[in-house]
Write a new protein. Structure first.
Ligand code: CA
Length: 228
């Protein structure tokens, strides 16, 4: 999942980024409300972790503008103040959940999993099934015939993106964006390496990653309902 973290406390931001990156999420960090507003207006995120107390524009205003643009991206508010009015304000503005500082990283990760699950649940599950593959998006694991596969975090992020956009071409740039936060220097050559490794690991699964020349990569929709 691609996550935007909006937090001006750098120590906290770094700890949160580390934890989420370890779960194969790609995290961008904005340090003030204006930067967050710009990022949210131009980039596509799967989840936003939004601090309330921010320089320039506060978290409530960022959220108000986000919802005014009709974005439905899930938002988890981070607040130091558990005063009821603050929480009500956030929820009224369209926040999906909130967490009061200080919080444990494990608590944050549990909330993130729950929001991802909620956002993707059609039948109360955050599993993405493709032929013999099953991706547990909340639990961050890929299964082949119910056996967990041995994938690196980056590989998991790439296959997740391809499966989420099943039947559509995903460009190298989209994969790079999904893999790296703003801080990372990356090249699209790296994408080829991940695709190569994934193809090897998926060899026995019957799932093919197709190269679409000059455009990107594609996983076709499974042809039969239960086929591979
Ligand atoms: Ca703050």
């Amino acid at each position: 999942m691609r996550i935007l973290l909006v937090e001006d406390d750098m120590m906290l931001a770094e700890a949160v980024m580390r934890a989420l990156t370890q779960s194969a999420h790609s995290v961008d960090c904005a340090r003030d409300g204006a930067e967050a507003d710009r990022a949210l207006a131009t980039e596509k995120y799967d989840l936003v972790l939004l601090d309330v107390g921010l320089p320039q524009i506060d978290g409530f205003e960022v959220l108000r503008r986000l919802r005014a643009r009709r974005s439905t991206v899930p938002v988890l508010m981070l607040t130091v103040n558990d005063a009821l009015e603050d929480l009500v304000t956030g929820l009224d503005l369209g926040a999906d959940d909130y967490l009061t500082k200080p919080f444990r990283l494990s608590e944050l990760e549990a909330r993130v999993r729950a929001l991802i699950r909620r956002a993707h649940s059609s039948a109360g599950s955050s599993d993405l099934v493709h032929g013999r593959l099953r991706l547990d998006m909340a639990g961050r694991r890929l299964y082949l015939d119910d056996q967990p596969m041995d994938l690196s975090l980056r590989e998991l992020a790439v296959i997740e993106l391809l499966l989420l956009r099943e039947g559509k071409v995903v460009t190298k740039q989209q994969i790079v964006d999904h893999l790296y936060g703003w801080e990372d220097v990356s090249s699209s050559n790296v994408v080829e390496v991940f695709i190569h490794r994934l193809r090897k690991k998926l060899e026995s699964s019957g799932v093919t990653i197709t190269t679409v020349r000059g455009m990107g990569y594609l996983i076709e929709k499974p042809s039969g309902s239960g086929g591979d």
